[in-house]
Design a protein around this ligand. Sequence first.
Ligand SMILES: Cc1cc2nc3c(=O)[nH]c(=O)nc-3n(C[C@H](O)[C@H](O)[C@H](O)COP(=O)(O)OP(=O)(O)OC[C@H]3O[C@@H](n4cnc5c(N)ncnc54)[C@H](O)[C@@H]3O)c2cc1C
Length: 303
Amino acid sequence: MDWTGIKGAVLKDVSMKRYTSMKVGGTVKYMVYPIDDEDLLGVVARLSENRIKYRFLGNGTNIIVSDSGLEEALIRVTRINILRHRDNGDTCTVTVSGGMSLKRFILDCARRGLSGLERLYWIPGTVGGGIKMNAGSFGSSISDCLEDVVVFHKDSGFMTVTKKDMSFGYRSSSISREDCVFIARFNLQKKDKKEILRDMYYVYSERKNRHPMEFPSSGSIFKSVEGEPAWRFIEKAGIKGMRVGGACVSEKHANFIINLGGATARDIKVLMDMIKKEVFERFGVVLEEEVELWGFDDRATEN
Ligand SMILES: Cc1cc2nc3c(=O)[nH]c(=O)nc-3n(C[C@H](O)[C@H](O)[C@H](O)COP(=O)(O)OP(=O)(O)OC[C@H]3O[C@@H](n4cnc5c(N)ncnc54)[C@H](O)[C@@H]3O)c2cc1C
């Protein structure tokens, strides 16, 4: 594959252990870091010409890649840094690149006295990954104060899509697998910085108390079921602490699978299937994955 003309970095045969918060997974063929919009267009065109499938990767905090990896390219817009502000009086319109870390962005908003996203503090993903997943916590979702996004798609190029033309649900959005959230615009309220920081500190300490932050994980593995958190079913099923290889159902938060060290993607998947089976048999409840499983159609890792 000839990458001549692409300005950003291209890494080959990259281990996903390094690029996912669960720290498991095989290798991907290419990992590409476009440096601007033109470069992104070039990267996607080059991959399409060569019939190489691609996906967009943020911080890898909501995905589990199979041990056999992916014969695909992952495109990361995490090296493109855009942050602009437009003062509207009581509010401010903030334009931010999709690859920016959500934590960094929220901290910057707080320092400027801009409120709206602080309850999402410490979600470890990027702005783009957050929008795709409609990330949320403590009663807020990233889509609440979103105005519009600039989405890139290979067929339509860069397009501004307003929030009313998108749909957002619980941990879901209308952003498709082939869309890249390149830029997002938020409308944030001006507020006393101290109040915002107090809220963020509350969120951080609650997370620290509830989540097993000391181990690699992908956050919540399963979605809530009709408003009932998945951890309640898992806890009631008495399977906290259940282990497969290096993967374990966290004692601290039953909806977290943690990597105790040396877990494989297969360990995680087998444990997930065991949890689903147990919860279904005990309560007739079908748990649905919140994390995305990439490359698990390969039989070697499925069983
Ligand atoms: C310790 C921990 C705590 C967590 N707590 C929460 C929580 O409280 N609430 C919550 O909602 N989630 C939580 N998560 C899950 C995760 O952080 C979020 O889903 C986050 O929004 C994923 O962002 P990411 O950049 O890591 O996306 P990735 O995991 O890299 O990707 C997730 C999806 O987004 C897509 N994507 C990524 N970037 C882009 C882009 N620029 N354009 C288009 N698509 C893109 C990917 O293709 C994939 O489909 C937690 C995870 C961990 C590890």
